[in-house]
Design a protein around this ligand. Structure first.
Ligand code: 0GY
Length: 291
């Protein structure tokens, strides 16, 4: 792997939808800059730099106030780039780390001081070499108080992961709703399985994110809107929203971030629902110390 790729829009449109004050982009990443924060030797993609200055400029342009920066797989378990971006945000960013499951209590505490509030367990084979459930469970049992676990998986392994998720003793956040087939519609097999998961515990949250990844019908992603709106309506206190900028691996289908923001009123059609999705819910998970 030698060629560095660009997976984000050079000049996204200004959204028509205006987020409420205090809105949080609760799923985004930083890449590098590589000169200071080299990518992991195990990285499955090699992006151009997409650092904190670009992230915060986009935040302002889209009308958001804060970011939750999720450690991207290209940086492995070295969270230095994520921590650097959080430190540069002036308290306007917090993060989710990827850790070696053998991490010490002291190193977890240092991540907490750096603004990390959760760990991500990634089960996508195209992104990570291994996902050791027993070791993940061990670290899930040792997390600092108030942290949660973010899980990234695809719909075909949801059932296989149920016992593992049941055993995690902290809240769970499911990335991109476990990558369902949104073309099945809101009553399809994938949505029914995901709802069974949400019904199994009151502390499972989900990210109503990534129409660009999940909806093969393309922008304006009508299948995604039809699929996700009923879920947000039925679980208004357990949903989060994010841009997913800089859209890892989307270089063949780069979304316009302004259009992504314009999805918000289609899945959360009134101001109370929007406020919960963009402010109340992420603040509860990531800035509980301010609440
Ligand atoms: C996402 C999705 C992807 C990548 C990563 O950490 C990552 O590299 O999360 C993906 O390629 O599906 O949420 O950013």
């Amino acid at each position: 792997m030698s060629e560095r790729v660009i997976s984000w829009h050079a000049n996204p449109s200004t959204p028509r939808y205006v987020p409420p004050p205090g809105a949080v982009d609760a799923h985004c990443h930083v890449f590098g800059p590589m000169g200071r924060f080299p990518f992991s030797a195990k990285a499955k993609y090699l992006p151009e730099d997409a650092g904190p200055d670009a992230l915060f400029a986009l935040r302002d342009r889209l009308g958001f106030d804060r970011n939750v920066i999720v450690q991207a797989s290209c940086h492995g378990t070295d969270n230095a780039a994520t921590l650097d971006a959080i430190a540069r945000s002036g308290s306007k960013a917090r993060g989710v780390a990827a850790v070696d499951p053998g991490i010490s209590a002291e190193d977890l505490e240092a991540l907490h001081l750096g603004g990390i509030r959760g760990v991500r367990f990634n089960f996508l084979k195209r992104l990570v070499d291994d996902a050791p459930k027993d070791r993940f469970l061990d670290v899930a049992r040792r997390l600092p108080s108030g942290w949660h676990v973010v899980i990234y998986f695809e719909a075909d392994i949801l059932e296989e992961l149920r016992a593992f998720m049941d055993a995690i003793p902290v809240p769970l956040v499911i990335d991109h709703m476990g990558r369902p087939d949104v073309t099945q519609g809101p009553d399809g097999t994938d949505m029914r399985a995901f709802r069974r998961l949400l019904e199994s515990r009151a502390d499972i949250w989900f990210k109503a994110t990534c129409p660009d990844r999940l909806d093969p019908t393309g922008d304006p992603w009508n299948a995604f809107a039809d699929f996700v709106a009923p879920l947000v309506a039925d679980y208004p206190e357990r949903c989060l929203w994010g841009t997913d900028w800089p859209h890892p691996n989307m270089q063949e289908m780069i979304p316009d971030d302004g259009h992504l923001v314009d999805m918000i009123p289609r899945i959360a059609p009134n101001s109370a629902a929007q406020h919960r999705l963009l402010v109340t819910n992420p603040m509860r998970l990531y800035w509980a110390d301010e609440g």
